[in-house]
Ligand binder design. Structure first.
Ligand code: GLN
Length: 323
């Protein structure tokens, strides 16, 4: 592309790097610990790892168990936020903040301190408020799976599934989330019934995707510059930039600073062990390994991303290699 200093992606190098990481992670001795407060997630075999990298020119380079589906959990909050921004624009930020929380993802203390305005859309309280913005006047089982449908549209391969066992598991165990939703309602920051907000929230978290599918779903956040104005509107590109910013600052909860330091990419994790990471204008990456670290982020998924961004020189904070 004239005048823009754009280099082609070195697919050969990328393949070597991805293959190397898959082998290294496969040999790991420390795998972290599955989430167990959602009983269904505790049953998943911890010693699994998958990776898929979709590059701006449409190629996917994958390694490990890249076709195995997992529960995307909080990664769904990225897609929900995108839909809320599409529907309501900047009004979203009247009801939810855009600051890192410094507390665990399910923390309740901050909600009281900030009078029902959650710190950001990626902690559970914030995601519940965002979901409230996606609801219309339909209730109960009539509520459409809007977030799932949007993800399917972004992947572009037909329907995608929701793991009903995970839905049931989270409905019975989600006391903290119900408390958060009730607290938001008590501050007038939920306009629908708690049960209906929980319905849409739990179902979007239970969407099941493989790394290959998740990397495709995140393509709209990566964006090839050459598509702007042609296949993608400036408005969509601007929205992607904003969502990436929130991912960078809030995507790994109170591990976001450490993640930015080590990996240097906007990303969003889920307690199912998946992470979606974006190299703006270059690649959409999905990794998955169910064992988590103390902040609820995939232990080996984070390590894999750290190595990938280092070896490909992909940090958004600047290059360390000459070309
Ligand atoms: N469904 C999970 C919850 O609400 C999502 C949390 C996460 O992935 N961090 O607790």
């Amino acid at each position: 592309m004239a005048g823009r200093n754009r280099t082609d992606i070195d697919h050969e190098l990328l393949k070597k790097v991805v293959d190397g990481i898959a082998v290294e992670i496969g040999n790991a001795t420390e795998w972290g610990k599955n989430s167990d407060y959602i009983p269904e997630l505790a049953k998943v075999d911890t010693r699994q790892f998958g990776i898929a990298v979709l590059t701006r020119d449409g190629k996917t380079i994958a390694g490990g168990a890249s076709e195995t589906q997992f529960s995307i959990q909080s990664i769904s909050k990225v897609f929900a936020l995108t839909l809320a921004l599409k529907k309501h624009g900047d009004k979203v930020w009247k009801r939810v903040g855009k600051e890192p929380s410094g507390d665990p993802y399910n923390s309740i203390v901050d909600m009281e301190r900030h009078k029902g305005i959650p710190r950001n859309p990626f902690i559970n309280a914030g995601a519940l408020v965002v979901d409230d913005m996606l609801l219309d006047d339909r209730a109960g089982d009539d509520i459409p799976d809007t977030v799932r449908d949007f993800i399917a549209e972004m992947i572009g391969e037909g329907e995608i599934g929701i793991d009903e066992d995970v839905v049931a598991s989270e409905h019975t165990s989600g006391y903290t989330n119900k408390a958060l939703a009730n607290l938001a309602k008590s501050f007038d920051n939920l306009h629908h019934e708690v049960a209906d907000v929980m319905h849409i929230y739990v179902r979007q978290c239970a969407v099941a995707l493989s790394c290959r599918q998740l990397a495709r779903a995140g393509r709209y956040l990566m964006l090839d510059r050459e598509d702007i104005d042609d296949k993608v509107s400036k408005q969509d590109a601007e929205r992607a930039r904003r969502v990436n910013a929130i991912m960078l600052t809030c995507g790994q909860y109170d591990g976001s600073g450490d993640f930015a330091y080590r990996v240097g990419l906007p990303a969003k994790s889920g307690v199912g062990g998946g992470i979606l990471a974006i190299v703006p204008n270059t690649a959409s990456i999905a990794v998955w390994s169910p064992g988590l670290d103390e902040n609820g982020n995939s232990l080996l998924g984070t390590l894999a991303l750290e190595r990938l961004s280092k070896r490909m020189d992909w940090s958004i904070f600047g290059a360390i290699r000459r070309v």
